[in-house]
Design a protein around this ligand. Structure first.
Ligand code: GDP
Ligand code: MG
Length: 405
């Protein structure tokens, strides 16, 4: 399953995001180290389900279909707030950094309202600097990656003698999910492709780490607490620094409140949709009514949405470039062997083939792979066909080589 790591300073809203995305109840409080262990949970990414265009009623198994939208699970990990010099293991540094290794992508939450100081303590909104906060966190990660390279210097030099420096460095960083092409690209960007590894300075090593990080851990900056008026100016500064496509304006607290209210039956709210409907106004307490009014005025009227579902979707579909693929055994009825309609959806990276899908579904299906059919059109697919978003695919196995039409 794809894993998204949630990183950021203390008190930016990481646990609120985690709770909203998973509806679990990790502690939410305003002092450092509230979260002492990484919380692992399941969040969902969504897009329009193919059940609509195929005109069928589906019976999802590995995912959920709500109002014609298919929600596919991803793993989300909330990590403790980062302190300065975490790369040396200070604070909960090691735990924090090991989560980054496991992650396929990161959501870097910043307090866009400027309500935290440099150490993550709550201060007057508007006095903090979210751009510098983000740079601090990135700096810790760069230093940590550089440190791994420095600690393994002798191994890299020895391996490079029999292979290549790129392979030797990639090997040391494989735990971070770094591949040859990414190491090669980062070397080029940091102008180190012509500098012998033995002559790299500390600064050059850190620069290499900085150029490698976005390649191995695509990262979305979540500009949080957009409900506070001090956030608007900082949002501009963040988009200027990171580029519009990498910054998401959010209010995690608003999302958490809406999802909790929906769970209690107070209102109807489908995550990702831009509206909610109060089910029974008479049931709301004055406090609940005030909270809902605040969310409407400060979040939805201004930003259209809380931004959480959008952010999760952006990470998975845009940054990680994955597609939703629906495998079915019966290409006429769109069912599995038990008659479940469109039971599963898999998130596969761009460039995946039907054979990659077969491997994902079951090793036996890959072993017995004969051919694949696109179920919507009935067309046989060439071996090197690149699966497209929302394809419905039937894999023919040796035991069932001829399609039953
Ligand atoms: N105004 C506002 N406050 C928020 C938002 N998200 C989180 N907070 C508050 O920020 C504080 C820290 O949140 P928490 O999730 O514990 O932060 P963490 O330390 O990063 O895990 C809490 O008081 C939250 O209620 C938001 O979207 N808007
Ligand atoms: Mg927390």
């Amino acid at each position: 399953m794809l894993t998204i790591g949630v990183i950021g300073k203390t008190n930016v809203g990481k646990t609120t995001l985690f709770n909203a995305a998973t509806l679990l109840n990790a502690e939410i409080a305003t002092y450092p180290f509230t979260t002492t262990k990484p919380n692992v949970g399941t969040a969902y990414v969504c897009d329009v389900c193919v059940c609509q265009e195929l005109g069928v009623t589906d019976t999802p198994l590995n995912s959920t279909c709500l109002d014609g939208w298919r929600y596919a699970p991803v793993r989300i990990i909330d990590v403790p707030g980062l302190v300065k010099d975490a790369w040396t293991g200070r604070g909960l540094g090691n735990q924090f950094l090991s989560v980054i290794s496991q992650a396929d992508a990161l959501i870097h939450v910043v307090d866009a309202s400027g309500s935290i100081d440099v150490d993550g303590k709550i201060v007057q909104p508007g006095s903090g600097n979210p751009v510098l906060d983000a740079i601090d966190i990135e700096g810790e990660i760069h230093r940590w990656i550089a440190d791994i390279i420095i600690r393994n210097r002798q191994t890299i030099i020895r391996d490079a003698a029999t292979s290549t420096p790129v392979a030797a460095i990639a090997n040391i960083l494989s735990g971070l999910k770094a591949g040859l092409s990414q190491v090669y690209a980062a070397l080029t960007t940091s102008n180190l492709d012509d500098v012998p590894f033995t002559r790299w300075s500390l600064d050059q090593t850190i620069q290499f780490a900085a150029d490698l990080l976005p390649l191995i851990k695509p990262t979305l900056i979540m500009a949080n607490k957009m409900d506070l008026s001090t956030a608007e100016e900082n949002l501009e500064a963040l988009t200027e620094y990171y580029g519009r496509s990498l910054v998401a304006a959010c209010s995690t607290e608003a999302e958490l409140a809406l999802r909790r209210a929906a769970q209690r039956g107070l209102l109807s709210y489908t995550p990702g949709h831009e509206q909610f409907r109060i089910r029974d106004d008479a049931q709301l307490t004055p406090e609940q009514r005030r909270a809902i009014e605040y969310i409407e005025r400060r979040v939805l009227a201004k930003w259209m949405r809380t931004g959480i579902q959008q952010a999760l979707n952006t990470v998975v579909f845009k940054l990680l470039k994955t597609n939703m693929i629906y495998p079915v055994s019966d290409e006429a009825k769109y069912t599995d062997h038990h008659g479940n309609v469109l039971p599963d959806v898999h998130l596969l990276p761009d460039g995946s083939t039907p054979f990659n899908l077969a491997k994902r579904v079951h090793s036996r299906l890959a072993e017995n792979y004969v051919l694949a059919i696109e179920a919507k059109t009935g067309i046989r697919l060439p071996k090197d066909y690149n699966l497209r978003h929302r394809d419905v695919i039937t894999i023919m196995e040796t035991s069932r080589a001829r399609p039953r039409r």
